[in-house]
Design a protein around this ligand. Structure first.
Ligand code: SF4
Length: 329
């Protein structure tokens, strides 16, 4: 099914990486722009450095002559970014995994034959369905493959439903571009190696249809998985209604009645809402948008509730907690 002009205006292009969120909640969709190669950004974590290393290792053809050099490429990517491996969270572990998996990945790529065309981070697009994405590796040779590198917490023994949908959509983009599905559709996990997923035509078609159907759906559908990292979270009233109903357990809002800064620099806030009082500790000021002045309305997401009593609920902030003061302007 092709996409109508109305849908194009409303949602625009969708990437496989964003498709899962769109399927979970149509209201969470955001424009991704059309097919393009993003400019390289700063290296902020080990996964980004590993992807840069992979790209350089493949484009320089080092995977053929020096398959063990993937870890060296990782060091080089870190050096170019001005960081040491040890400064990145999970940097040393990711490097060790690249040492362990480099030759395995090289052997997999070699199985496509010596004349295979292997590209890394090249956009593929289906303009008739407004789908586009950038698979980590595309292989066209005696064996065709679409591979997605998994480096961190997502490097599990099985792939999640979101990664499965992402891979099926990459397979579709490969088919749309080259005329046939890849023989191998897989995640390559640095922890566990190749995790192939079944990508028969029916499964790929179903994945594409689910995204097209989600484009035409309307309304907000709050859920813990969908809302957790949704960029619309602070302003989405359907989400806040679900928080008040107790359906989402990692968010709270109210009026700041007290704020204090510990010796560690972390901030604690006392917050009053109509229903209860809250004490939230361990908030990093880097995660706060706005001025935490007494009397201000505040919304906090991705916090952990430690306990709750009639007197007050106790919460702790973490690395992913975000705070917005006066979110409604
Ligand atoms: S916050 Fe939740 S309900 Fe609101 S748009 Fe995002 S995913 Fe949907």
């Amino acid at each position: 099914m092709a996409v109508s002009a109305d849908t194009e205006a409303k949602i625009g292009w969708v990437t496989p990486a964003a498709a899962w969120r769109l399927c979970l909640c149509p209201a969470s969709a955001s424009h991704s722009g059309g097919p393009h190669k993003p400019a390289p950004g700063p290296v902020e974590n080990a996964g980004q450095a590993a992807h840069l290393a992979l790209q350089s290792w493949i484009e320089s053809r080092s995977f053929i002559d020096r398959p063990e050099s993937l870890a060296q490429s990782f060091d080089d990517a870190c050096t170019s970014a001005g960081v040491h491996v040890s400064e990145l969270r999970n940097g040393r572990m990711t490097r060790a995994r690249l040492v362990a998996r480099g030759t395995q990945l090289a052997a997999l790529l070699a199985s496509a034959g010596s004349g295979a065309d292997i590209t890394c981070e090249e956009p593929l697009a289906d303009a008739s369905r407004l789908l586009w994405g950038i698979p980590d590796i595309v292989v066209r040779g005696s064996r065709t493959m679409v591979l997605d590198l998994k480096t961190g917490a997502d490097a599990a023994t099985d792939v999640s439903e979101s990664v499965r949908l992402q891979l099926l959509l990459y397979s579709h983009l490969f088919r749309f571009t080259y005329g046939a599905l890849p023989a191998v559709t897989a995640a390559f996990s640095l922890a566990h190696g190749l995790i192939e997923i079944p990508a028969q035509p029916e499964a790929v078609d179903l994945a594409v249809e689910s995204v097209i159907a989600a484009r035409h759906a309307t309304g907000a559908r709050p859920s813990p998985e969908g809302c957790r990292h949704c960029p619309r979270r602070f302003a989405c009233e359907s989400h806040w209604a679900a928080v008040h109903e107790g359906d989402l357990a990692d968010a709270l809002e109210g009026v700041i009645s007290e704020s204090a800064t510990a010796e560690s620099g972390l901030i604690a806030l006392r917050i009053s809402s109509q229903a209860s009082k809250h004490l939230v500790t361990g908030i990093s000021d880097e995660t706060i948008r706005g001025d935490v002045a007494v009397g201000s309305h505040v919304r906090i997401v991705r916090a952990l509730q430690l306990s709750s009593s009639e007197r007050q609920a106790m919460w702790r902030g973490g690395k992913t907690t975000a705070v917005e003061v006066d979110p409604l302007g």
